[in-house]
Design a protein. Structure first.
Length: 92
């Protein structure tokens, strides 16, 4: 804030207007892993939207468990496991 000469309310206004777009999601649960109540925009292909809807209708599914999932931490071994995948390393 100081660097740009902004008051706290100005900085808050700017941050409230920035939205994130999660990367392409391949499986329905990928969408539920990236949920947030604010500043997140999802774009889905129609067939993927339908699969997400179907998953949400499953009696075993709990949307409550996915609230703010984008803020959850993942197990510490995930980066190590990802780095074992050639395609992942190519993207770095």
């Amino acid at each position: 804030m100081k660097k740009h000469g902004l008051a706290q309310d100005q900085a808050r206004l700017i941050m409230d207007r920035i939205h994130c777009l999660p990367a392409s999601k391949r499986k329905p649960f990928d969408t539920f892993w990236t949920l947030a109540c604010r500043n997140l925009v999802h774009t889905e292909f129609p067939d993927h939207q339908e699969n997400v809807r179907k998953m949400a209708e499953d009696p075993k599914f709990s949307l409550k468990d996915c609230e703010e999932s984008i803020r959850c931490t993942f197990p510490s071994d995930i980066p190590e496991r990802l780095n074992q995948m050639e395609d992942f390393r190519k993207g770095l």
